[in-house]
Design a protein around this ligand. Structure first.
Ligand code: FAQ
Length: 309
């Protein structure tokens, strides 16, 4: 874009106003947004798999209805986000191709198995809880279409978090066996949930640039701290123990102190070497290929002006 137009970009960012699709923007700003929004969209779509696996064995009609609604919401979030991304001049079909070819990432968290029914509750409580901490500030991100998508997504994520917490509360009021299932599940999901916020600030490649552009509003470590502060009292109320012996209230800072996740594990999972990476991508690829006839039929229908026969 001509220099004058980029001055207007800098002014908009400095005034903390939104950049819209037709505005001039630096190529790196556009590329950073495509990377983050596409990764976010892919996470929603891949994120349907761990809980989706429990739909057919939910223990009651009510639990099944709640879980179905949640998993459908995730598909909707993926669609809002792909649409936001398309306003930056990319095509959803290409993004999906990059996902199934392993050329674009999705959140590390969805590469862990949902191996017990308690995981449905724990994912809602911890994974959606972490997602909310990360996404509420993104409602004020500098790119208009992404910010607007986040407002709606966050409302739905609050329901997701509550349904997970309520499921765990119910199990905690149940038998010793159910309580043990909840504790075992929380033990497995706690550290991966902390990893969702990304590497520590000192090792985060993109944070400084993305903060300067108003894409990110807080650093990875700030949001991780916020999540811990929010979650520890919830764990106490639930009656579960978080698997971190160094967790302690620090009255001097007004925050909880906590231990460091295994950052080598995060690096391995991001590189493709987590417990379920291959399975998740294979499943997504198969669903995409199985859906080819629907896309072809829709394109043929559109090509004849939407007329049947
Ligand atoms: N997993 O320099 P940074 C959900 C990558 S919630 C995988 O710190 P950045 C809801 C990063 O991309 C989950 N990769 O990067 C739900 C970069 O790689 P690149 C989705 C990660 O972007 C709940 C490199 O490491 N939410 O789906 C991860 O400034 C339940 C360096 O990292 C979002 O995507 C990770 N955990 O900060 C659905 C939120 N962390 O691209 C279903 C939006 C880092 O250079 C069920 N995204 N990487 O090759 C963000 O806020 C940011 O992108 C961060 C990373 C904070 C994730």
């Amino acid at each position: 874009a001509p220099t004058g137009e980029l001055d207007s970009f800098e002014r908009t960012i400095a005034a903390d106003q939104r950049i819209e699709p037709r505005d001039a923007m630096p190529e790196d700003y556009r590329r950073t947004l495509v990377r983050q929004i596409a990764q976010h969209a892919h996470s929603e779509i891949i994120g349907m798999q761990p809980e989706g696996a429990w739909l057919t064995s939910a223990p009651s009609l009510r639990r099944k209805a709640v879980l179905t609604a949640k998993v459908q919401d995730e598909a909707g979030h993926g669609i809002y986000l792909y649409s936001a991304c398309e306003t930056l001049g990319v095509d959803r079909a290409d993004l999906t191709q990059m996902l199934v070819d392993g050329r674009q990432k999705y959140s590390s968290i969805f590469n862990y198995p949902a191996s017990s029914y308690a995981d449905v509750g724990t994912i809602g409580w911890l994974v959606d809880g972490a997602a909310i901490c990360n996404q509420v500030p993104l409602c004020r991100t500098s790119y208009g279409p992404y910010a607007r998508a986040m407002i709606r997504v966050c409302k739905e994520e609050s329901f997701h978090q509550r349904q997970g917490y309520e499921l765990l509360q119910t199990m905690m009021r149940g038998t010793d066996e159910q309580r043990a299932m909840v504790q075992e599940s929380v033990d497995r999901w706690w550290w991966p949930s902390l990893m969702m916020f990304g590497p520590p600030d000192a090792e985060s490649a993109h944070t400084a640039r993305s903060m300067a552009w108003g894409i990110k509003r807080h650093t990875n470590d700030e949001l991780r701290q916020k999540f811990v502060d929010m979650t520890v009292p919830q764990a106490d109320a639930l009656g579960v123990t978080l698997p971190d012996r160094s967790l302690a209230w620090d009255s001097a800072t007004g925050h909880y102190r906590f231990g460091q996740p295994d950052w080598d594990e995060l690096a391995r999972v991001i590189k493709g070497d987590g417990p379920c990476n291959a399975e998740r991508v294979a499943r997504r690829r198969a669903a995409h290929e199985d859906g080819a006839w629907v896309r072809e039929a829709a394109a043929a229908f559109a090509a004849r002006g939407g007329r049947v026969g």
